[in-house]
Design a protein around this ligand. Structure first.
Ligand code: C2E
Ligand code: MG
Ligand code: MG
Ligand code: MG
Length: 275
C-alpha cells in the first residue's frame, strides 16, 4: 500500500513536471551512455589570422547525435552535463578525440578546445592534459584551451592556480566570450591570457548598434595595450570583416570563413593535388 502510494506520488509529480524539465532529465540520463554509444562528434571551425590571411588554427566544437532526438547543440547539453558532473568525462573525451585527430593532419595548425569551469576546477586537470598530449604525441604548443570567466568567478584562487599549471606545460589559454557575463579587467590583470575572444554577440549587432561597435573597438584597444591578441567571433559578412580589418583586429572566426565541419580540414584538396 505504502509502495503504491509512493509510485502514485511519483507519477503525479512527473505528470505535473513541465515539458522542459522532463526533457532535461531525459538528456541527463542519456548523456551517461553517449560516450559508450559513440554518439559524440567533434567538428572543427577555422580561425583566420587577419594579419597574414592564413588559417591560424581550428576550434573543436562538440556535437551530440542523439539516437531519437537528432543532433543536439552543446549550448543545450553542456549545461546539463555540468550539472550532473558528466562534463568531466565528456570534456576529457573531447580533448583526447580532438588532439588524436589533429596530430594526423598535415601541417602544424593549433587546436583550440573549450574547457568547462567544472573541468578547470578539477585538481588533476594538468595531469589529464599532460597524459593526453603524451598519449597522442602532440606538442603542447599546438593546444589552446578556451575558458570563460565563469570559471574564474567560481573560485578565483583555484582557477588561477590551475591555469598557471596549464600554461607551465606550454599549452596556451584563451579567454572566451569576452564582454559577456562577468568580464572584468581584474581577470585580465590576474592572468596572462594568450588570446581574447570577443563574444559573437557584438559583431552580430555591429551593423545596427553603435554601442556594439564601440565595445569591439574598446576590447581591441584593451587587448593591444596589454599585448594580448584579439580574435573576433561570429564573422558572417564581408562588411563585418571590413569593420574588423579597419579596427586592427588580429584574428577572426565565423561562418564567413567556414562553418564548423568534419575533419580533416583542407586535407581533401591536398589529397586531390597529390593524386
Ligand atoms: P563558443 O566556444 O563561444 O563557440 C562558438 C560558437 O559560435 C559555436 O557554437 C559556433 O558554431 C558558433 N559560431 C561560429 N561562427 C559563427 C557565426 O559566424 N555566426 C554564429 N551565429 N555563430 C557562429 P556551438 O558549436 O553551437 O557551441 C556553442 C557553445 O557550446 C560554445 O561556444 C561553447 O561554449 C560550448 N561548447 C562547444 N563544444 C564544447 C566542448 O567540447 N566543451 C565545452 N565545455 N563546451 C563546448
Ligand atoms: Mg570557444
Ligand atoms: Mg565564444
Ligand atoms: Mg559561447
Amino acid at each position: 500500500r505504502a509502495k503504491s502510494s509512493f509510485s502514485e506520488h511519483i507519477c503525479y509529480y512527473e505528470a505535473g513536471m513541465d515539458e522542459s524539465a522532463r526533457h532535461r532529465r531525459q538528456l541527463a540520463n542519456d548523456l551517461r551512455q553517449a560516450i559508450a554509444r559513440d554518439e559524440f562528434e567533434v567538428l572543427y571551425q577555422p580561425q583566420r589570422s587577419l594579419r597574414t590571411n592564413e588559417v591560424s588554427g581550428y576550434e573543436a566544437l562538440l556535437r551530440w547525435h542523439h539516437p531519437r532526438l537528432g543532433t543536439i547543440s552543446p549550448s543545450e547539453f553542456i549545461p546539463i552535463a555540468e550539472e550532473t558532473g558528466e562534463i568531466i568525462r565528456i570534456g576529457e573525451w573531447v580533448l583526447r578525440a580532438a588532439c588524436a585527430e589533429v596530430v594526423t593532419w598535415p601541417g602544424k595548425d593549433k587546436i583550440a578546445v573549450n574547457l568547462s569551469p567544472v573541468q578547470l576546477l578539477q585538481a588533476d586537470l594538468p595531469e589529464v592534459v599532460t597524459a593526453i598530449l603524451h598519449e597522442v604525441g602532440m606538442s603542447p604548443q599546438r593546444l589552446e584551451l578556451e575558458i570563460t570567466e565563469t570559471a574564474i568567478i567560481a573560485d578565483k584562487t583555484r582557477a588561477l592556480h590551475s591555469l598557471r599549471r596549464i600554461k607551465a606545460l606550454g599549452v596556451s589559454v584563451a579567454m572566451d566570450d569576452f564582454g559577456t557575463g562577468y568580464s572584468s579587467l581584474d581577470t585580465l590583470h590576474s592572468f596572462p591570457f594568450d588570446k581574447i575572444k570577443i563574444d559573437k554577440s557584438f559583431l552580430l549587432e555591429s551593423r545596427e548598434s553603435d554601442q556594439a561597435r564601440a565595445i569591439i573597438r574598446a576590447v581591441l584597444a584593451l587587448g593591444h595595450s596589454l599585448g594580448i591578441p584579439v580574435l573576433a567571433e561570429g564573422v558572417e559578412t564581408h562588411e563585418q570583416l571590413q569593420l574588423l580589418l579597419g579596427e586592427g583586429c588580429d584574428e577572426a572566426q565565423g561562418y564567413y570563413f567556414g562553418r564548423p565541419g568534419p575533419p580533416p580540414p583542407g586535407v581533401g584538396r591536398a589529397l586531390a593535388v597529390n593524386a
